[in-house]
Write a protein that binds this ligand. Structure first.
Ligand code: GTP
Ligand code: MG
Length: 470
């Protein structure tokens, strides 16, 4: 039997002895060195084996396929490491999940069919059980967490307020005094409405037939040539809600305390609201015409229950005894209001775009959405584009506090606006902007964002999602 050395065989096979030794080792044929002898018969088998092996390597794409499989596997592992995928109910589709877990759709379809007997189609909307199986198959740790909150967009509506506050800071020299806006508060039946009616009836010069039929929620009177605005729909929510919205309609609070009843629970409550809002307080001790009125005792209670010390007792609280019924002391009260207004430098920015606060709003059968607004800055005009927290519009008509049509409203003036698309939120700020398009834009964006914020606030986990879908 002819024998040949390994290096001779290598030559025959057109490879180096070293390469041959490696190949032989891989085939499980042990040869000591390239000088070793190999029987010719064995050499032929080796040649066949090697050729077969080479053929396999070159012919079969299986190796490269295997490689790509491995690559996919590797990718899956890697992505798994850093992945916390999020799924919304409308994302339960095979293509989306494939994308998210980083496994090709076709591989998922194959794996799911072969290993779990589940038939899927590309892009199919999946049932939760199927999603669950896929996640298990690829051992993907999935946390169904809530969607990432959308990037903090600037709220253009809030920006309008910020811009105004900046104006106040930067252009202090342009601020001018405006009439005070007064809210009357106090315990039930202590005489708030009677006082407001008294002031209005004695201070509105030209009396109309049948009196004032319709209230717009506030009115303005003139005292010694100076104006005072009264809000006649007081309520604690006026303070709490406006404060929450960064709006403020009131400059001065008149706290009405009946001289025959003294400081009562709602007196204290009203006082606390005014104090929290940092609004100056004037106390009106009412019903002094009554025989059982006790002004001194009431003052005593102001000190004891509210810590308010009347000026005449050395404190700094202005206390005016009045009778809303007879009108006694009411003029003095009005003068005190003007005094406090002057001391507190109640001002406005007269040149900017109008800014105001909504004190009442409703849907009127004939007129559509109507809003009573107290203008705080600038001049509000018919034709202005306006924007509130929840809606916008173009001012179609303006009415003053006696429902007379007017063309423009000045700072501190109460005015009724017609022309909003929808009923604006009461206690919202209102701003005039360049155009109706801009107003619409601001509101639409804002409402859209508020809606999406509502949705993303809901935390969802897989179990909850399962329940939701069942
Ligand atoms: P609510 O809105 O229910 O909280 O009451 P109010 O604070 O508006 O009191 P309102 O003005 O309705 O007065 C209550 C009662 O007290 C009415 O019967 C008034 O006529 C009476 N009243 C109010 N002011 C005076 C006053 O100065 N003297 C006298 N004698 N009675 C008064
Ligand atoms: Mg009342």
């Amino acid at each position: 039997v002819a024998r040949l050395r390994v290096y001779e065989l290598a030559k025959k096979l057109n490879m180096s002895p070293k390469e041959l030794l490696q190949e032989l080792e891989e085939l499980g044929v042990s040869v000591k060195s390239h000088m070793s002898f190999v029987d010719e018969e064995i050499a032929n088998i080796i040649i066949d084996l090697l050729e077969e092996d080479r053929g396999k390597k070159s012919k079969q794409p299986s190796k490269s396929k295997r490689e790509s499989d491995e690559e996919i596997e590797k990718e899956v592992v890697e992505k798994k490491k850093r992945r916390k995928i999020t799924l919304k109910p409308d994302e339960l589709k095979l293509d989306i999940i494939a994308e998210k877990i980083g496994v090709p759709q076709n591989k998922i379809i194959q794996d799911m069919f072969v290993k779990r007997g589940i038939a899927l189609r590309p892009g199919q909307i999946l049932k939760l059980e199927e999603v669950d199986q896929i996640l298990k198959e690829y051992k993907v740790e999935v946390e169904l967490e809530e969607e990432q909150a959308p990037e903090e967009e600037i709220d253009e509506f809030e920006l309008l307020e910020k811009k105004y506050q900046e104006l106040y800071e930067k252009e202090k020299d342009k601020l001018v005094p405006r009439p005070p806006v007064v809210t009357v508060m106090g315990h039930v039946d202590h005489g708030k409405t009677t006082l407001l009616d008294r002031i209005r009836s004695t201070r509105v010069a030209e009396k109309e037939e049948g009196g004032i039929t319709q209230s717009i929620g506030a009115y303005q009177v003139e005292v010694n040539g100076k104006k005072i605005t009264f809000i006649d729909t007081p309520g604690h929510e006026l303070f709490t809600e406006m404060r929450a919205r960064g709006a403020q309609a009131t400059d001065i609070v008149v706290l009405v305390v009946a001289a025959d009843d003294g400081v009562m629970p709602q007196t204290i409550e009203a006082y606390n609201h005014a104090k929290a809002a940092n609004v100056p307080i004037i106390v009106a001790i009412n019903k002094i015409d009554k025989p059982n009125a006790n002004v001194e005792k009431t003052k005593q209670e102001l000190v004891e229950k509210l810590g308010l010390i009347p000026e005449e007792w050395g404190g700094d609280t202005i206390v005016v005894p009045i009778s809303a019924r007879t009108g006694q002391g009411v003029d003095e009260l009005l003068e005190m209001i003007l005094l406090v207004a002057e001391m507190n430098e109640i001002k406005c920015y007269p040149e900017g775009p109008a800014r105001g606060v909504i004190i009442e709003s409703k849907l009127d059968k004939k007129m559509g959405p109507v809003a009573s607004v107290i203008v705080k800055d600038g001049v509000l005009r018919v034709g202005d584009a306006v924007v509130a927290a929840n809606t916008y519009g173009k001012v179609r008509n303006l009415f003053d506090d006696r429902m007379r049509p007017i063309k423009e409203a000045l700072p501190s003036q109460p005015v009724m606006i017609l022309g909003f698309e929808d009923v604006p939120d009461v206690h919202s700020n209102v701003y005039a902007v360049e155009s109706v398009e801009k107003a619409r834009n601001i509101v639409e964006k804002r409402l859209e964002r508020l809606e999406s914020q509502k949705q993303t606030k809901k935390h969802v986990n897989l179990e909850e999602l399962m329940k939701m879908m069942q």
